[in-house]
Design a protein around this ligand. Structure first.
Ligand SMILES: [Zn+2]
Length: 229
């Protein structure tokens, strides 16, 4: 059976994809598209929670979103670098799931792992189409690569109207209790200090230019092709 996905999203840590584009995911899943997430690390250096708990939280969020697949490459947290091994690992996932569209974190972000993930995915999307590179797996031509916002953002190149799917986004983010909810014995981080409310405010602002309640924004490096009618 083909493992083909329509959309494959990469994040450095479980919760990255949800912060940036959970509602876009839900919208496309509900429209019948096959969507998957690949987290590059197990976030073993998180200040709050632990690997097992974060895995359980990611599973819960995946169910809320209706993902076809969620996989984790187990690369080292704070050890994501542009090495041939890391590019090959990401390329293998693209070759395995042959997505039409790939999403990566926006290339500027306060967290260096998000920046590294962005670059690794860009390299892997390029390599995935080279038939003589890793020739044991068939080459995959990804139609489009989009970048979603985690911490840093700017005026987007395109937005998706997610007003009808925003509640699902909130529900998926709430699955990451260890990250976003201040715990008595937990460490105060930027994530535990009103982070989800700020994401919600950002997505409301992103909708403002088109007068819609909520939008998720994306950046591109190559022109976005539209069908006018
Ligand atoms: Zn992250």
């Amino acid at each position: 059976m083909s493992k083909g996905l329509d959309i494959l999203i990469f994040g450095a840590h479980a919760d990255d994809a949800e912060i940036g584009m959970a509602a876009t995911i839900a919208k496309h899943v509900q429209a019948g598209y096959k969507v998957g997430i690949c987290d590059l690390t197990e976030a073993e250096l998180s200040s709050n929670g632990n690997v097992e708990l974060r895995k359980q939280e990611a599973d819960k969020a995946s169910n809320v979103l209706g993902l076809e697949v969620r996989t984790n490459l187990g690369l080292p947290d704070r050890g994501l670098y542009m090495t041939p091994e890391h590019v090959a690992a990401v390329t293998s996932v693209i070759r395995e799931y042959a997505p039409r569209v790939v999403f990566a974190p926006y290339w500027e972000d306060r967290h260096p792992d998000h920046v590294a993930c962005s670059k690794l995915v860009e390299e892997a999307v390029f390599n995935a189409k080279l038939r003589n590179w890793m020739p044991d797996k068939p080459a995959v031509l990804v139609e489009d690569l989009y970048f979603y916002f985690i911490n840093d953002w700017r005026t987007p190149d395109l937005i998706v109207d997610v007003s009808d799917h925003y509640e699902i986004k909130m529900k998926s983010l709430m699955c990451y209790e260890s990250q976003f909810t201040p715990a008595k014995d937990g460490v105060a981080t930027p994530l535990t200090q009103g982070y989800v409310e700020r994401v919600k405010a950002r997505d409301a602002l992103l909708g403002q230019r088109k007068l819609i309640p909520y939008a998720e924004g994306f950046a591109v490096k190559t022109p976005y092709k539209v069908h006018l009618f």
